[in-house]
Design a protein around this ligand. Sequence first.
Ligand SMILES: Cc1ncc(COP(=O)(O)O)c(C=O)c1O
Length: 397
Amino acid sequence: MKDPFLAEFAFQTRAIHSHQEPDPTTGAVITPLYQTSTFEQEDAGVHKGFDYTRSGNPTVAALEGCLASLECGKHGYAFASGMGALTTLSLALFQPGDHILVGDDVYGGTFRFFTKVFQRFGVEASFVNMTDPQAVASAIRPETKMIYLETPTNPLLKLVDIEAFVALARKHNLLTCIDNTFASPYLQNPLTMGVDIVLHSTTKYIGGHSDVVGGALILRDDSLHDVIKFHQNSLGATPDPFASWLTLRGLKTLGVRMRAHCENAMMLAQALEAHPAVENVVYPGLPSHPQHELAKKQMKSGFGGMIAVRVKGGEAEARRFMQHLKIFTLAESLGGVESLVEHPGRMTHLSVDPAVKVALGITDNLLRLSVGIEDGADLLADINQALAAVYSTAQVR
Ligand SMILES: Cc1ncc(COP(=O)(O)O)c(C=O)c1O
């Protein structure tokens, strides 16, 4: 998959044009939606590059090429969901008896897949605090094949030093995979730091409008291309052309949206941190974040749209605050243009063992904000009025 735009143009230009040339037959400026399951063949096995949509489709291929370009990779593979990307990757690369090291606070669905599904096939996962290189090093076994992690993590936005972890993995001849969903390719390109595989839930920032579910894998070198391509087709967790078309449309504005997400989130994080009703705020862009220096080094264009905040009091105050918000919608998921709020302890992380929740810092008063791209002053006013309604304290400034 060749990308003529990669070296020459900046992110936002690639997002709009990479692998999206005007349609050669009609001149359509926007990549057409090839909503077809099959393609005419001139003779048996003679066709224009596509024979059946599970194996390949021009709309899906445009999305795959553009994603590869934005992650500074060479090969992109689209899937029906982020979980479809993970299951395909796992079935493509591992055999019974293999062992994988996984971040201890990865997305709950990832945890569920490794513990409740993949384990049945004889592949064991150990969950490790990836911010502790010593713990990671001592968890490596002779049968360990890969280190899999997220950075920033969910919900507490811990960062992993990508270059340090790549060095450790290389020393032990292990593959590395980063789920880059929270950062998006606009803020962080792990492949340029030596990571082997990037995974996305394109449902989030990449699609960006909370109207389509999808996933992706991206590779930089050729060695894993054949095996991933083979399993993408064999397992069939491939996306529908319309879902790919919607995702591609969202992708065009990723840079613009991410700048707005980051700007709004930084402003709200600062305001929340100064509010008397707030116990603490976790946002990589704040100097109070324990890994702020690493965030500056690793997240090249901003600190993202996710904020974790502990309000004063307990679960009752946290839930009342959410109920008083008018613009922020109480919902799971993240990365859309609209602002969302959720209570990790009761929602996204409900199935996490109570002791693990305590260890990870998922307290009863913790809330997660996915800051959207509405007007920043309106979002601030919304938070102000909701905090004032719960605590009757001074306004956030
Ligand atoms: C970080 C992360 N990775 C992967 C997934 C799974 O993606 P999907 O819901 O598209 O299957 C999610 C979903 O919330 C996620 O937050």
